[in-house]
Design a protein around this ligand. Structure first.
Ligand code: FPP
Length: 227
């Protein structure tokens, strides 16, 4: 294991490939999403031992509303089940849940469940940030509007109003399934993040894959524009 070099504090993941995973196995798409939740669960259990302060996951984008209604229903139902079944484990394992995006626009029962989960995990030491109804351009526009209302618009004043303002700087972005794009995720926060794109489909992504990404990160030289 690489122990030299930078240690990541904050990793974000674009969890892609659930549909292709299901298709390859001749299963309905929902099975891919269900297996995707299993991958999330295993990862969350492993991050504490990896020394990560924050894991941010792209679970539902503001553009995902364009998907067929039954797939959206499946994803929302998986979300309901996940919060219900895993909240006690978050509390026991000192996980602080955080939600980024326009999540208050989700179904009222989900908003209520999330409000409760946020309150119950508020003092956790490790943050699991879940992006729900999230779009980075929308987040930046909201932050810039809030910054302008207070005074000058600067990189610092915008950053202070982003949904991620209380999180450590983003160190590493991972996207699964072979696509090489950001899809409106953490555009501002990625300014100096390292990036890893892997062909592994999200349901197949394990804590060992995350550890390999962290080892790769530890071997990189970060310059932030300097030399
Ligand atoms: C991309 O796969 C994945 C999503 C749009 C949703 C990600 C959601 C989960 C992993 C489950 C819910 C998460 C939590 C935290 C409960 P895709 O359907 O775009 O795959 P494809 O590109 O192969 O079709």
């Amino acid at each position: 294991m690489a122990s030299e070099g930078p240690r990541a504090r904050h990793v974000a993941i674009i969890m892609d490939g659930n549909g292709r995973w299901a298709k390859a196995k001749h299963l309905p798409r929902v099975m891919g999403h269900r297996q995707g939740v299993e991958a999330v669960r295993k990862l969350v259990r492993a991050v504490e031992a990896m020394g990560l302060e924050c894991l941010t996951l792209y679970a539902f984008s503001s553009e995902n509303w364009k998907r067929p209604e039954d797939e959206i229903d499946d994803l929302m139902n998986l979300m309901r089940k996940f919060i219900k079944s895993d909240l006690p484990e978050f509390i026991a394992n000192d996980v602080r849940l955080k939600i980024i995006g326009d999540w208050r626009g989700l179904a009222p029962d989900i908003v209520a469940m999330l409000d409760d989960a946020l309150a119950q995990t508020a003092h956790g030491r490790h943050t699991l940030a879940v992006a729900l109804n999230y779009g980075s351009q929308q987040e930046i526009a909201r932050a810039a509007t809030a910054a302008a209302a207070e005074g000058e618009i600067t990189p610092e004043s915008i950053a202070a109003h982003l949904d991620t303002a209380d999180l450590p700087p983003l160190d590493l972005l991972i996207r699964t399934s072979g696509e090489v794009r950001l899809s409106n995720f953490l555009l501002w926060q990625c300014a100096y993040a390292e990036m890893i794109f892997t062909d592994v489909l999200w349901p197949d992504f394990t804590p060992a894959h995350l550890q390999a990404a962290l080892d790769d990160f530890a071997g990189r030289e970060r310059r932030y524009g300097g030399r």
